[in-house]
Ligand binder design. Structure first.
Ligand code: MCA
Ligand code: AMP
Length: 505
């Protein structure tokens, strides 16, 4: 194979006239048109001087062109680096500098800001807007629709996805051709995807879930995608009768449950609902089954590992569990201190090994060594147990992480900003239950004795530095942080104390 990911996921569709993407307005993009866009974009990238292995940073709204850009990076042997559209210029600066990106593709509304920030960087910049226009696309029309795929080895990098770190510094997870390909093929089979499937796609395409899981599975099986720009409850309700499958984070399902239009009849055409990226409450699972007759299939994944476990397609999909390891994935539950195996049924940290597990963190060998063991097992930081029937239950986290509406937030990054504010002695940021987002961010602040920090000013400073989804939804001033005898802040006590803050709203 020349370029394994391209050869298996993209090449088979060259010349195919069936629809790949279907849009809200009823228009479609056929496979062959998508593939020729991929080729033209690959020409644009290489004509900008990019060579195999170069990083292409992309912060754009969801569009067919943005998806084709991913294909173009694969075809040209480049490393795709998708970035959340919510990230601020401050956050983007870090990703661009850390990755050494050679090209940044962004919305035209941001290009001036980025041009001034990166004026002394050896980096090209192009724009791509939500409607598919921009300087990137201006060049596409001049390009040839043939592009010979750049040869790649299955261990070569195809993407870097940044995931926040416990120290407050984001880490770039390096994903190989084989990581993505093996997982797509494994999931397509486990979830029985075929060319008859129509996937309702409302996830963002800058994360593993929407970009790799959802898109690669459809590419692997030649089905089509109902491609929504974002989650929109009305659009979902209108399109469900036209789809056969849907993937979402738990917030999608809880929002759908609140809508009376969700019934057994209107979901009759669907064969599979999948949930992941955050815990789906067993109660939501049961309510969804009762309303629609569909048992949501919950699975467990990570940016570093793609998908690890899944409830079965046939057989019981057990609420509150994430099922069994996918074929080829080894999973063990270990003692967090010793790394030794825990007895069957007991809680420990989840470790994983398989073709899905990433190559390490970009330019962070020490961090990689602490999380990826020499024998290939990756220490996930999630706590779990395996029940008597082999189902994995995720019972907590051994890492300080908040998951809000499927987005990961590491408290340290926010605490560093809060601690820096006038009048603040120290702070603790924690995730507390939220009816819509699962968890949301609460900031707890202790003042320097005799001073009164200005909470509005602090919120405004956080807003200028952090993406909206990371900003504390509330700041609370308290006298002191609870600590254990070692001096460590006891966030569990704070979580318990403030667990109803957003539930009472
Ligand atoms: C939007 N906002 C959020 C979030 N999303 N705040 C906290 N958490 C969020 N997730 C902000 C908006 O900026 C806005 O701020 C306000 O919340 C309300 O926006 P709303 O219109 O309600 O939000 P939305 O556009 O409907 O988005 C909510 C969402 C979205 C649909 C849940 O966040 C989403 O699509 N999440 C999916 C994330 C995902 O794909 N995760 C996969 C990661 P304001 O009110 O100030 O204007 S991959 C992964 O985790 C692993 C690999 C795995 O296993 O899959
Ligand atoms: P990310 O860094 O965005 O890849 O998020 C990965 C984390 O999301 C995992 O380490 C888990 O903590 C969490 N996660 C993903 N899927 C599930 C799930 N089905 N249930 C509980 N947690 C999940």
């Amino acid at each position: 194979m020349i370029n394994p990911l391209y050869d298996r996921l993209f090449r088979p569709h060259e010349g195919k006239t069936t629809p790949f993407l279907r849009f809200l307005d009823g228009t479609e993009m056929r496979y062959q048109d998508f593939l020729s866009l991929v080729s033209r974009l690959a020409h644009v990238l290489t004509e900008k001087g990019l060579v195999p292995g170069d990083r292409v940073a992309v912060q754009v709204h969801k569009s067919a062109q943005a998806l084709a850009l991913y294909g173009a990076a694969v075809k040209a042997g480049l490393v795709f680096l998708p970035l959340n559209t919510a990230y601020t210029a401050h956050e983007i600066t870090y990703f661009v500098e850390d990755s050494g990106a050679r090209l940044l593709v962004c919305d035209s509304a941001d290009i001036k800001t980025y041009q001034s920030i990166f004026s002394d960087h050896d980096m090209e910049m192009l724009s791509l807007d939500a409607d598919g226009s921009g300087t990137l696309m201006d060049q596409v029309s001049l390009m040839d629709a043939d592009f010979h795929p750049v040869p790649r080895d299955k261990e070569d990098l195809v993407a870097i996805l940044y995931t926040s770190g416990t120290t407050g510094r984001s880490k770039g997870a390096m994903l190989t051709q084989n990581n993505l390909l093996s997982n797509a093929l494994s999931l397509a089979e486990a979830w029985r995807f075929t060319d008859q499937d129509v996937l309702l796609h409302a996830l963002p395409i800058f994360h593993t879930h929407g970009l790799f899981v959802a898109t690669n599975i459809v590419l692997a099986t030649s089905g089509s995608i109902l491609f929504l720009p974002k989650f929109d409850l009305d659009a979902i309700m209108t399109l469900i009768p036209k789809a056969t499958t849907m993937m979402g984070v738990p917030t999608f399902y809880t929002r759908m449950l609140e809508d009376q239009r969700l019934t057994q009849e209107m979901t009759a055409h669907i064969r599979l609902f999948v949930s992941g990226s955050a815990p789906l409450l067993a109660e939501s699972h049961r309510q969804f089954s009762a309303r629609t007759g569909h048992a949501i299939l919950e699975r467990y994944g990570m940016t570093e590992t793609n998908m690890n476990t899944s409830n079965p397609y046939d057989g019981e999909r057990r609420p509150g569990t994430v099922g069994f390891p996918l074929p080829g994935v080894e999973l063990k539950i270990t003692d967090p201190e010793q790394g030794t195996m825990m007895p069957q049924g007991e809680v420990g940290q989840i470790e994983l090994r398989g073709p899905n597990v990433f190559k390490g963190y970009w330019q962070m060998p020490e961090k990689t060594a602490t999380e990826l063991r020499p024998d290939g097992f990756f220490i996930t930081g999630d706590l779990g147990r395996i029940d008597a029937d082999g189902y994995l239950h995720i019972v907590g986290r051994n890492k300080d992480l908040i998951i809000s509406g499927g987005y990961n937030i590491y408290p340290k990054e926010i605490e560093l900003i809060l601690d820096d504010q006038p009048g603040v002695l120290e702070s603790a940021v924690l995730g507390v239950p939220h009816p819509d987002l699962g968890e949301t961010v609460l900031g707890v602040i202790v003042a320097v004795p005799g001073q009164t920090p200005d909470l509005d000013h602090i919120a405004a400073t956080a807003a200028s530095a952090l993406a909206r989804f990371k900003q504390p939804r509330k700041l609370i001033l308290i006298d002191e942080l609870p600590r254990n005898t070692m001096g460590k802040v006891q966030k569990n006590i704070l979580r318990e104390r403030y667990k109803d803050v957003f539930l009472d709203d």
